[in-house]
Design a protein around this ligand. Structure first.
Ligand code: SF4
Length: 526
């Protein structure tokens, strides 16, 4: 892999701080993570740090002892391990890798045995610090750019574990549960995106078939002004910030050149909220003679002109997430996209040769089978207007997985029986033109438990990782740990928000969280 890889950093420095940048998933997922790419190059831009990447070989089962891509160095031999956690199940992969490397899963044991310091960060740990601090030594609360340089500077000058002593409980640094701060740890975030580090070089294996293809990824905005009531990303990344058009274009010009690619992948939770979104696309097409990919579009921000622009940018499909077609349920979600809009932009997209992908959510508070029957009728009728090509309309269905620090955090996960029945109702509408995929219930159930878990769930994760981390092994791990996990999925308690809130200050007032609990209790609608 090293020989064929573009963008690998090879350094010769004897007394550098040795950092393992561990991505708890396989290589192709690491390539597509702009956060991971940024941290890799940000760390290696520091003369006294050598950051090497470690990825998983597989997402379940036995893992060979992990070694770095750059120098084949064993994970155990690093001073510091930094791990971005984007998805709840990443914890299990991280634990599988630690176990395989011979690193203890307990923070106090790691310290006693002089093993590497494990630091984790990202939306999942910042949203539920209770689970995160059981698994790591230090949890980064907030964003990487201000926190990681501070961490490695301390680790380089004083040693990794002494850096832990210096930084624990300061803004942005929540220590493992063996240490109590006596106060809430404040979230740290970037005020001005133009001044934040953004890499131009990005690693990949040319022709490796990565999810974005051969593209340079650039972050346009951070946060989202729509603040839908289920959306963890928008709540974690508050407030909305934009990078300036000038800075984005500077990055794009350089990024296309150094990576030798002709495609830009724009990263934003809602791309067309950027005040210069249309001009950015125009510039990419006209000035750079390149193509563009936008992952995140809101149907209510699209019109014929923008669809034309997206098609001219070389995109082959549009993906929009109305989540529901019900004018009643959309109000519970805080995301109402008019059905007529979804229909009209789908038809316009097909006219321009684009395929359409719609995301729907099942298990919303107050939802019934009749709602899903209505969705099936709508999809069947809509697909009649699609061109007669395979999968002109793709529908991806997910259950609502309630996340911490969102107004829907106390809603119970839909039961497996209801979920499967509603999926069957929807699938009855599928045809050659219309395909319907649904997230596995077992995967959603595991996510829901970890998202709203506590110390006991963290113990289960360790057992689960020892078993191999397969979805079917979660319940066995819970039995071994003697923990009833159903309650985390279906009826989380108010004590949880006390726990989350007593540990971190992320700007969301406690009374807001309590209010969402009271509403959930009183109405059953979350
Ligand atoms: S528009 Fe999308 S990204 Fe923004 S808050 Fe809603 S779901 Fe989240």
């Amino acid at each position: 892999m090293e020989l064929r890889e573009h963008g690998v950093v090879i350094k010769r420095c004897r007394d550098c701080l040795r950092v393992a940048l561990l991505y708890p998933a396989v290589y192709s997922a690491a390539v597509a993570s702009l956060a991971y790419q940024n941290i890799y190059y940000m760390l290696n831009s520091l003369g006294y740090v050598y950051a090497e990447r470690i990825v998983a070989k597989s997402m379940a089962g036995r893992e060979p002892p992990p070694r770095s891509i750059e120098t084949n160095r064993p994970l155990k031999d690093f001073d510091l391990v930094i791990v971005p956690i984007s998805y709840e199940l990443d914890y299990v992969t991280l634990l599988r890798l630690l176990i395989s490397a011979g690193i203890d899963t307990s923070s106090s044991e790691r310290r006693r045995k002089h093993q590497p310091l494990i630091v984790i960060g990202g939306p999942v740990p910042s949203s539920n610090p209770v689970v995160a601090r059981e698994i790591s030594d230090l949890v980064l609360i907030g964003e990487a750019e201000p926190l990681i340089p501070r961490l490695v500077e301390e680790a380089y000058t004083k040693g990794a574990w002494n850096a832990f002593d210096e930084l624990a409980c300061l803004p942005g640094f929540l220590p493992a549960s063996s240490m109590s701060c006596g106060r809430r740890v404040k979230r740290v975030w970037v005020r001005d995106l133009d001044k934040a580090y953004h890499t131009t070089m990005q690693f990949r294996v040319p022709g490796g078939g990565e999810p974005w293809g051969e593209a340079y990824m650039v972050e346009v905005s951070r946060g989202c002004l729509h603040m839908c009531r289920f959306c963890m990303e928008a709540h974690f990344l508050m407030p909305l910030r934009h990078r300036s058009k000038e800075r984005i274009l500077e990055l794009v010009e350089e990024g296309l050149r150094v990576n030798k690619v002709r495609r830009v992948a724009f990263y934003a939770l809602s791309f067309f909220d950027h005040p210069n979104a249309d001009e950015l696309l125009e510039e990419v097409i006209e000035s750079f003679k390149a193509e563009a990919t936008i992952g995140s579009l809101r149907a209510d921000q699209l019109d014929e002109e923008r669809l034309e622009l997206v098609a001219r940018a070389g995109q082959r499909h549009i993906a929009v997430a109305p989540e529901t077609f019900s004018p009643r349920l959309c109000r519970v979600l805080g995301k109402c996209i008019a059905l007529e809009k979804t229909k009209s932009i789908s038809v316009e997209a097909w006219r321009r040769g684009l395929r359409v992908k719609l995301y729907l959510m099942i298990g919303l508070p107050g939802e019934s089978d009749e709602d899903i029957e209505m969705y099936a009728r709508i999809l069947r009728n809509l697909s009649k207007q699609a061109p007669p090509i395979r999968e002109a309309l793709r529908v991806s269905v997910n259950p609502l997985i309630p996340k911490p620090f969102t107004p829907l955090q106390f809603h119970g996960l839909i039961s497996e029986r209801d979920y499967m029945r509603r999926i069957r109702i929807l699938r009855a509408a599928s045809s050659k033109v219309l395909s319907i995929d649904a997230l596995s219930y077992r995967y959603a159930y595991a996510q829901a438990i970890i998202a709203r878990g506590d110390e006991r769930v963290a113990r289960i994760l360790v057992e689960w990782a020892k078993l191999g981390g397969r979805l079917g092994q979660l319940k066995t791990a819970a039995r071994i740990s003697n923990v009833d996990i159903d309650k985390y999925a279906y009826s989380p308690s108010v004590e949880l928000i006390y726990k989350w809130h007593s540990l971190i200050d992320n700007g969301i007032p406690f009374k807001t969280l309590l209010y969402s609990y009271e509403v959930a209790k009183a109405t059953g609608l979350g």
